[in-house]
Design a protein around this ligand. Structure first.
Ligand code: SF4
Length: 157
C-alpha cells in the first residue's frame, strides 16, 4: 500500500474546495492499493477553509516554536498537528511503504512550502504531515516524481 494526498486522487478537499487531480494516480489499475489521506480534513478543518502557512522554521512545529496561521491570523497549529498525527496513524495501520504528497502544502509539502508571509514565496521545507512521515522513515515522493515506472516499483508486492 502507498499513501497519497487525497487531493491528488481528485478528492475535493483543497482549501478552496477543489482538487489537484493527477490522472496517472487516479486512473492507475492498482488504485486499490492507494490510501487517500487529507491531514487537514482529518484535523477537523472544513472545506473550503482559509489558506494557511507555517510561520517559523518548519522543524520547530513539534517543539512549539513555530505555528500554522491562516491569512487572517487564526492559529490552526492544533488542527494541523492533530491531522498529521491521524494521517500518520493511517500510514502505520496500512503499513504503507511510501507516500506521494502534494508539494507546497503546509501539511503535505515535501520539497518546498511557502514562507509564512502569504506572498507566494517558496522555501525549502516540509509540511506538518510530511515532516512526521519523514521522521518515521516513510519514503516521500511528490506529484512531480510520479511516473509509470515509479508506480510500478512502489505498487509491486
Ligand atoms: S492537506 Fe494535503 S491532501 Fe489535503 S488538500 Fe492539502 S495537499 Fe491535499
Amino acid at each position: 500500500m502507498i499513501l497519497i494526498s487525497a487531493c491528488l486522487l481528485g478528492k475535493n478537499v483543497k482549501y478552496d474546495g477543489g482538487n489537484n487531480l493527477c490522472r496517472l494516480l487516479a486512473n492507475h489499475p492498482a488504485r486499490g492499493k492507494m490510501v487517500p489521506v487529507c491531514p487537514e480534513v482529518l484535523g477537523g478543518l472544513g472545506v473550503p477553509r482559509e489558506a494557511a502557512e507555517i510561520q517559523g522554521y518548519y522543524l520547530d512545529l513539534y517543539n512549539e516554536k513555530a505555528v500554522v496561521k491562516t491569512k487572517s491570523g487564526q492559529d490552526v497549529t492544533r488542527q494541523f498537528k492533530a491531522g498529521a498525527r491521524e494521517g500518520m496513524l493511517q500510514a502505520l495501520r496500512h503499513k504503507v511503504k511510501a507516500a506521494i504528497l502534494k508539494d507546497g502544502s503546509p501539511s503535505c509539502g515535501a520539497d518546498y512550502i511557502y514562507d509564512g508571509t502569504f506572498s507566494g514565496k517558496k522555501i525549502e521545507g516540509q509540511g506538518a504531515f510530511a515532516s512526521l512521515l519523514d521522521e518515521h522513515g516513510v519514503p516521500i515522493y511528490t506529484e512531480n516524481d510520479v511516473t509509470e515506472e515509479l508506480l510500478t516499483k512502489l505498487l509491486a508486492d
